[in-house]
Design a protein around this ligand. Sequence first.
Ligand code: COI
Length: 412
Amino acid sequence: MAQYYYRCLADLALWKFGNLKVLQNYDNAIFKIRFIPKIVSSFAEVIILLLVSKLLIVNKFTPTSESKLSSVDFNNIPFGQVFSDHFFICDFKDGEWQTGEIKKLEPMSIHPGNLAWHYGQAIFEGMKAFKDQDNNPVLFRPELHAQRFNASARRLCMPEFPEQRFLESLQQLVDIEREWIPPSKGSALYLRPLMIAMDEAIGVRPSANYRMMILCLPVGPYYTKPVKLITEQEFIRAAHGGVGEAKAAGNYAGSLQPAQLAKANGFDQVMWLDAKEFKYVQEVGTMNIFFVVDGKIITPITNGTILKGITRMSAIEYLKSAGYEVEEKLVDINDLVQAYKEGKFTEAFGTGTAAVSTKIAAIQHDGFLMNLTEKGHPVATEVKDTLDGIRYGDVEDKWGWIVPVKSSLEMS
Ligand code: COI
């Protein structure tokens, strides 16, 4: 499409310059009266066309000559280990986003003084592409991911990536990498948009240059079995006024040491509590969390310290439409322990793009272990089956969450 616009521009320029040559042979007065307005309007046309072509421009595509696709065993893909052939890359320089490019994914050279490495100006998103029943690629609520990416960017003083360009670049990349979408249900092409600072400088200040990229990874399930959680009573994930709501890389780095300690004690993950009183449940770090208490579904309210999960939001919308009572509120861990002792707290599950809907096997708080396997996780299963069903086209998408990926023919 870009080539088409450049060709139009070249044709237009030739036509106008041709006119100009002819004009030079004319008498000066006639030139002024008859042709200056024409020349002015011609330049206006060229400028308008330039602006239009800039708006419509798609990313440059440089295909790789060697695909790794045939070496991938789609029936056995560990999460996060396998990358597709191409990625999207776009630089922010001189105060604006440059033309993006889709090209071979390979190591890149980055200066050791890069600001992102020193001060953590780095954000990311996690989303997935699936294949519907007709084998066509689809995305799940991509516009919400674009918006959350920009909310994270604002919080970390980074430039927003225009939503339309985000969506079009995703479409173009997934179209190119469509063969990388695993065929089996439960698997997907994980999409990882990220943005990092690119200034080569030491000093705490916002970078002037940035790099936005989108990577593609065929993945299976993030958690392969129900997970065992322990509440964290020493470390915190996020405090009011912090960056807990942003998908900032540093949030995940801070969770590693507590998670390692939890694993050493036989747990899979930490369940975070609030930073002040250590009693209100926040999230798990890799997912948001839901509890079933007395048949009602409760989940911590997103009050600035919790990631506004898109799977969380979708689960709430689905559960409400299915007739469940769902309440977003401050969830006191002591109330959960009490409800468990009374036999009312029966189930818990986590939601996230990677996790989808993951069953929680047990939660330990203050040395007290709540076993949550007895009732067989019916709500977690219903949420997973429904969300997966919508994504793979087996369940009607009443909400319009699914966005088909257009083929390049439709795009041009
Ligand atoms: C996601 O759910 O996509 C995330 O970014 C979480 C990460 C643990 C994979």
